[in-house]
Design a protein around this ligand. Structure first.
Ligand SMILES: [Zn+2]
Ligand SMILES: [Zn+2]
Length: 106
């Protein structure tokens, strides 16, 4: 596991949410209340909640292992947790390629 990968994982846990907590949590778009993942509406303000959990959102912004949901650094080729090979162009992940030079063909 590279230092970067460790750091990413740390960062997430510093927010107080491990992946398992995030998967069970939604956030109300209107009032910001944290609600259980199976809630349909916010108990505070009645706002309809999205289908996605906090973790789904998080996954859109970060690259995660498709098998075990471990957060990966952008250039990870293997999951540090389960060892799965990571495709660089995973669905839902937007790759930043400022140089645009390399393309790996597997
Ligand atoms: Zn609310
Ligand atoms: Zn994994």
């Amino acid at each position: 596991m590279s230092p970067t990968e460790k750091l990413r994982y740390r960062n997430m846990e510093d927010y107080g949410f491990g992946p398992n907590v995030m998967k069970k949590t939604k956030v109300c778009a209107r009032c910001g209340k944290m609600v259980g993942a199976n809630a349909k509406t916010c108990p505070d303000c009645g706002e309809k909640l999205p289908g996605e959990t906090l973790f789904d959102r998080y996954k859109r912004q970060h690259k995660c292992c498709p098998d075990c949901d471990t957060v990966l650094s952008a250039d990870s080729q293997y999951c540090p947790n389960c060892g799965k090979q990571i495709l660089q162009k995973a669905v839902g992940y937007q790759e930043n390629t400022p140089q645009g030079g390399r393309s790996n063909e597997a």
